[in-house]
Design a protein around this ligand. Structure first.
Ligand code: ADP
Ligand code: MG
Length: 406
């Protein structure tokens, strides 16, 4: 049985036009002889009646202390509503179709409410319906814990549902449909001239996704990579969209022999609304450092861009937890300074490993635009700079140009 999983994001299923376009993509692939599993997100964004954030605000405005368990029960409704609407859209187009919740589709998770991990997928129920010739629509973003509780998978969770189902069903590929033509060299909202990448490796997209390119969730990529299922990112609204094919490097070199040489830079990504935290110390005390990091971790505050010198410890946190971090550190008698509204811009390229001069180019591009670098870190495949948030668009554009990505 040849199976394709097609995932449609919130922007695709928000409007009737979007859902009808999505249904056409399903019909096209079914006509090629594939069995189709459709995974849907909730309809639309904050403010739309059944979007995830709307549901959360509706209850939290009145009951701010709503438990994570009940929040999951609530938000899972967004995808269930979307599933029912999509089943009907498909039926209108003459496709025999049935809807399932995440739990009914066999998505079994741990009990970490609001950010659960998939433990396993029991695909028998889905397979039975596919065998009956039905298009199976699955509510994304949700699962069922072994205790019987409904859980959700965190932001971007529908991508994860699609990848996990693709692996469990041994699908030929997982298609991620969204509102852009594929993975681009930068967020098209900041750089309209960004190019769509035709091929990329799992490694490249994982790096880009962790550094802010939210077009596919990194957890979904890791699941697809482990299960060796190709991902294809496409535009719902384009009829013959080729999109971006994401596979192992060996698969790419078949289609594109030059890839063996590797590309230096794949793209420029960014993460907004971050605060820089600096803690000043008079003497070098590793035990005190450790306590500080443990204190923040025990309150669920995650840190990034950690830089430790004898005189100061710097790192970034999300703006929304900056004041909590300040409070905790001051309570611990530490001298702390916080700079909110920063942005992290990152140049990503698995080909930059061991190539000199990339950092010099990054610095040159930013200083030419009078953009101050507040902090910088690098890894084998990334160079990241923290800048003032109001310079974000200028920084991403400058880096995109500097590395000839346009
Ligand atoms: P969906 O609702 O389909 O899941 P998302 O908003 O999660 O959509 O992801 C699509 C958006 O990701 C695009 O509209 C685009 O603005 C943004 N994006 C950020 N970085 C990139 C990138 N490098 N390539 C493509 N899109 C990107
Ligand atoms: Mg998404």
């Amino acid at each position: 049985m040849k199976i394709v999983v097609q995932k449609f994001g919130g922007t695709s299923v928000a409007t009737r036009d979007g859902r009808e376009a999505a249904a056409k993509r399903v019909k096209e692939i079914a006509a090629e002889g594939y069995k189709v599993v459709v995974v849907v997100s909730a309809m639309g964004r904050k403010g739309d009646p059944y979007a995830t954030d709307t549901l959360i605000n509706m209850v939290k405005d009145i009951y701010p202390e709503t438990s994570p368990r009940e929040l999951d029960l609530l938000t899972s409704c967004g995808e269930i509503i979307s599933t029912v609407v999509m089943v009907n859209t498909l039926k209108n187009l003459g496709l025999n179709s049935i809807g399932l919740t995440g739990g009914q589709a066999g998505i079994i998770t741990d009990l970490h409410f609001t950010d659960a991990h998939i433990l396993k997928v029991e695909p028998e129920h889905v397979l039975r319906h596919l065998n009956r010739g039905e298009v199976v629509v699955v509510a994304g973003f949700q699962g069922l814990a072994e205790t019987g509780d409904i859980t959700t998978l965190g932001r971007g969770g529908s991508d994860t549902t699609a990848a996990a189902l693709g692996v469990a069903l041994k699908a030929e590929r997982v298609e991620i449909f969204t509102d852009v033509s594929g993975v681009k060299t930068a967020d098209p909202r900041l750089v309209p001239e960004a190019k769509t990448l035709t091929h990329m490796t799992y490694e490249e997209i994982v790096q880009m996704a962790y550094e802010g390119a939210k077009v596919v969730h990194p957890r979904a990529v890791e699941i697809a990579m482990k299960g060796n299922v190709p991902l294809l990112v496409k535009n719902t609204f384009e009829e013959k969209s080729k999109g971006t094919l994401i596979t192992h490097v060996s698969e790419i070199t078949k289609a594109w022999p030059d890839m063996r040489k590797g590309r230096l830079i794949t793209g420029v990504t960014h993460i907004e609304n971050m605060a820089k935290v600096t803690v000043f110390v008079e003497e070098n005390t590793p035990e005190k450092d450790l306590k500080m990091f443990e204190l923040l971790a025990s309150h669920g505050i995650s840190l990034d861009m950690i830089t430790v010198t004898p005189e100061r410890k710097s790192f970034i946190v999300k703006d929304e937890v900056a004041e909590q971090a300040r409070f905790l550190l001051q309570e611990a008698d530490l001298d702390v300074e916080i700079l909110p509204s920063c942005a992290k811009v990152t140049v990503v390229g698995t080909g930059m490993r061991g190539i000199p001069g990339v950092m010099a180019n990054v610095v040159q591009a930013l200083t030419r635009q009078n953009i101050e670098v507040l902090l910088s870190v690098d890894s084998h495949a990334t160079i990241s700079c923290l800048i003032h948030g109001d310079k974000l668009a200028a920084a991403v554009k400058a880096l995109h140009k500097q590395f000839h990505l346009e």
